[in-house]
Design a protein around this ligand. Structure first.
Ligand SMILES: Cc1cc2nc3c(=O)[nH]c(=O)nc-3n(C[C@H](O)[C@H](O)[C@H](O)COP(=O)(O)OP(=O)(O)OC[C@H]3O[C@@H](n4cnc5c(N)ncnc54)[C@H](O)[C@@H]3O)c2cc1C
Length: 516
């Protein structure tokens, strides 16, 4: 069953999670105005699966069940699947800013691979459990929060060295019928309006820390789960032209002795495979982040062009303005192209699914992580100071100032001042407000901080292939400009003169030479 956005919102009523926002308990998540922009954002992934034009990318046939599922719950089997997912993420994010649900997708794909790996090595039955769980989630079309990033405590210490063990989620107890987990996941997008959480490790663990290597599924309202969240977007703010409607909440999720039955446990102590899960999720997720931020780029490109027009300028005629727009396009499509390359050069995993190419996926994410700040700068450059100077929306209804402001605050004569103001507020919302800061920080740190991507690029890039390439060129003399001494024995140059060996040089001659 594919739900609509309205069905999704209604479905949240079946749960009663313990949620706090701004120091107050939320009594009904579905009705909480402070969460409405987040629920609407996730809702886009539901509604778009029903629109004929979007169905090819928003839905897919799940190979293991043969059923049509939402793209955000699908296990990729081909490069085309990855391309469709990338486009789908871009589509839902250019509509909603961030639709969260691609995280569900990334976690399902990572766990699918890791459970098969663990079973193959340890004879466990995790993949069978996971498949049954995933099919149920797909059938009910649910949304799962990714509870991966632990609170971590002192970053220089491993989990087992922390003063307070609860800064990492860990297995506190093994029972006959399941495990008991406790600890804190610090940053979970959409936490208050998720149906369930997928708990996963956020780093590799040593064998001594094996109880931190845990992956399992926990309903949002399981006894012992507490969610302390920030409001989603800028609910109720008149100036928030975009993020009053769409924007994600982020929450801290605390697990206080939460019992998880065996059928929901997908990893419990297998440190190597849990490490594999962390990186495989990260690769899927960074691939998705590329689509998400390309969607954000689409919003800025469109808004920038409208602002230029409203200011009475023409990018065609004003070269410095055009240059900025071209830079914005180059940034956006540059990192998106990495996502395309990552899809096309995917590899087939032994589990039967496909994995985006790690180098391109990480390069794309690294680019967007740092270029997000340039994207904001460009939007500011082409807009001018209006985006921070424009009087607030209440002034739009002030009989004493409305007309005189409208008369002088316009730009191009045929574009009403209100339209110019609307675009200016849109750019302010996305690049200056606290919601704008959210987009910067999720780009920089979401899916791992830049250093994590750099390590993955260095780890996966075939540097030795390039070394061998250049060595072979040097050995064949292709790069020889007459000065190179070959390291091949018996050859001093590409044409191969004989190198005199020491015993061929008469001792006398050598003495004479040195005497001179
Ligand atoms: C808006 C937003 C939404 C997010 N959504 C989710 C989500 O839904 N689910 C989820 O699980 N996570 C989510 N994340 C978390 C994201 O994955 C983390 O922010 C990221 O992994 C970095 O972790 P951190 O925030 O704890 O920063 P830190 O790990 O504290 O990193 C801060 C800086 O310190 C450096 N650093 C950290 N440790 C070390 C060390 N030992 N040695 C040297 N340098 C170090 C890092 O490289 C970085 O530069 C989200 C993040 C954001 C910002």
């Amino acid at each position: 069953m594919l739900m609509s956005a309205a069905d999704y919102r209604e479905s949240l009523r079946a749960y009663s999670p313990r949620v706090f926002i701004n120091g107050k308990r939320v009594t009904s998540v579905a009705d909480e105005p402070l969460l409405a922009p987040g629920i609407a954002g996730v809702g886009v992934t539901y509604d778009f699966a029903h629109i004929d034009a979007h169905k090819p990318i928003m839905t897919a046939r799940q190979g293991t069940s043969g059923k049509i599922v939402n793209r955000m719950l699908h296990i990729n089997e081909t490069a085309q699947d990855l391309l469709s997912k990338l486009e789908a993420v871009r589509l839902v994010c250019k509509t909603s800013g961030c639709a969260q649900r691609y995280l569900t997708h990334d976690a399902l794909n990572g766990i699918f691979q890791a459970t098969k790996l663990a079973d193959g090595r340890h004879g466990t039955d995790y993949s069978q459990r996971f498949l049954a769980y995933m099919h149920d989630i797909q059938d009910r079309d649910l949304t799962l929060g990714v509870a991966m990033t632990d609170a971590k405590g002192d970053r220089s210490k491993r989990p087992g060295q922390q003063l307070n063990r609860d800064v990492y989620v860990h297995i506190k107890e093994h029972r006959k019928d399941g495990i008991v987990i406790r600890g804190t996941k610090a940053i979970v997008t959409g936490a208050p309006y998720m149906h369930e959480f997928l708990v996963m490790p956020c780093r590799t663990h040593t064998p001594e820390d094996s109880h931190f290597a845990v992956c399992c599924a926990v309903p949002c309202d399981a006894p012992g789960v507490t969610i302390v969240a920030r409001p989603a977007g800028r609910s109720g703010e008149a100036a928030a032209t975009f993020s009053a409607k769409y924007g994600q909440s982020v929450g801290v999720v605390m697990f206080d002795d939460v019992f998880v039955p065996h059928e929901r446990v997908f990893m419990a102590g297998e440190t190597e495979e849990a490490g594999f899960l962390t990186t495989s999720y990260a690769t899927h997720h960074r691939h998705s982040c590329i689509g998400a931020r390309a969607g954000f780029g689409d919003l800025l490109i469109g808004a920038g062009a409208l602002m230029i027009e409203a200011n009475g300028l023409d990018a065609e005629r004003h070269g410095h303005i055009r240059d900025q727009m071209v830079e914005l396009i180059t940034i956006t499509e540059g990192f998106y192209a990495c996502g395309v390359a990552s899809s096309v050069y995917c590899t087939t995993d032994p589990a039967g699914s496909v994995m985006p190419d790690a180098v391109f996926s990480n390069i794309g994410k690294l680019l967007l992580a740092t270029k997000i700040y340039d994207m904001h700068r460009i939007a500011h450059y082409v807009s001018g100071g209006l985006i921070v100077a424009l009087p607030g929306p209440d002034e739009d209804h002030n009989p004493e100032t409305k007309a005189s402001l409208a008369a002088v605050m316009g730009g191009r004569a045929d574009i009403p001042a209100e339209q110019r103001a609307e675009v200016a507020r849109f750019i302010e919302d996305l690049t200056i407000s606290d919601q704008a800061g959210w987009y910067s920080v999720i780009s920089l740190h979401g899916g791992g901080s830049p250093e994590a991507m750099k390590r993955e690029i260095w780890r996966n890039y075939p540097v030795m292939e390039k070394v061998e390439l250049v060595e072979s060129l040097l050995d064949r003399g292709i790069l020889d400009q007459g000065q190179r001494v070959s390291r091949q024995p018996g050859r001093c140059c590409a044409t191969g003169c004989e190198v005199p060996t020491p015993h061929q040089i008469p001792e006398k001659a050598s003495i004479e030479r040195s005497a001179k």
